[in-house]
Design a protein around this ligand. Structure first.
Ligand code: ADP
Ligand code: MG
Length: 254
């Protein structure tokens, strides 16, 4: 197998006395969809936030396509990279949050294209063509000129996902992308994630949507207390949970 796109090695993260990540290792390979499940407070958000370098880590290491993230090796050990270098590394990943964080003053089209053109310096006409195709694919072609306030939560989240796709990241990180939505809007967002997974996007999805995890994950990870307690195919995790903790969790999340 090729080198992982994202490699998380023995990562530790503490908030005061709280061990949010207690030595977590996870590799995500090209085209793979890894779904992370686990109870509230188990460290799922911290894991993807650290992977995206929104939080500095306290131990271990992260690699993107084999490149060490956040640090460079120098004579006696590791030195932090400058903010500017970290920002450049961060652009090679996209993260989608619970809250969609669209720009209220921009149209849908501009929300989707702005970062790709101005931050990623992609060619405007190419980006606009791709944006139009993408909006079509996610069922929002007729909303290109609308503003976020004119859209439902599910539509706004689909726009946020389209924006993340157009940055052409090596990997997409999703932190509970449907948790802020009314229940009837969840499926339209999960459908976009399914489509991305089916078309070979490399992604990590933190979710409480167990049916989605079961159907879409290539690999599923169960976290508790800052650790990966079980990891395997959805059939293994859902069909044959080994730990009492996972059995308990699954019985509460049907
Ligand atoms: P999850 O996403 O699985 O619900 P989190 O990663 O948000 O879990 O949190 C893991 C642990 O770290 C929790 O105990 C949480 O309270 C703590 N934590 C997370 N972020 C912070 C923060 N910014 N400051 C202090 N504690 C935090
Ligand atoms: Mg969380």
């Amino acid at each position: 197998m090729n080198a992982p796109v994202l490699s998380i090695r023995e990562v530790r993260k503490e908030f005061g006395q709280v061990r949010a990540l207690d030595g977590v290792s996870l590799d995500v390979h090209e085209g793979e969809t890894v779904v992370v499940i686990g109870p509230s407070g188990s460290g799922k958000s911290t894991l993807v936030r650290c992977a995206h370098q929104l939080e500095p880590i306290d131990g271990g290491a992260l690699y993107l396509d084999g490149e060490l993230l956040g640090y460079r090796r120098s004579g006696r050990g590791l030195r932090s990279l400058s903010e500017r270098k970290i920002a450049l590394q961060r652009r090679r990943m996209s993260m989608v949050f619970q809250q969609f964080n669209l720009f209220p003053q921009f149209t849908v089209l501009r929300n989707v294209t702005d970062a790709a053109i101005r931050v990623h310096r992609r060619d405007r006409s190419t980006v606009e063509r791709e944006a139009t195709e993408l909006l079509e694919r996610i069922g929002l072609a007729d909303r290109a000129g609308h503003y976020p306030r004119q859209l439902s939560g599910g539509q706004q989240q689909r726009v946020a996902i389209a924006r993340a796709v157009l940055a052409r990241p090596r990997i997409m990180l999703f932190d509970e992308p449907t948790s802020a939505l009314d229940p009837e809007l969840v499926d339209e967002v999960l459908a976009v994630l399914r489509d991305l997974a089916a078309t070979g996007t490399t992604m990590v999805v933190v979710t409480h949507e167990m049916a989605f995890a079961r159907d879409v994950a290539d690999r599923c990870v169960f976290m508790e207390s800052g650790r990966i307690v079980e990891e395997g195919s959805p059939a293994e995790l859902f069909g044959n949970p080994r730990s009492e903790r996972l059995r308990g969790f699954l019985s509460r999340h049907r």
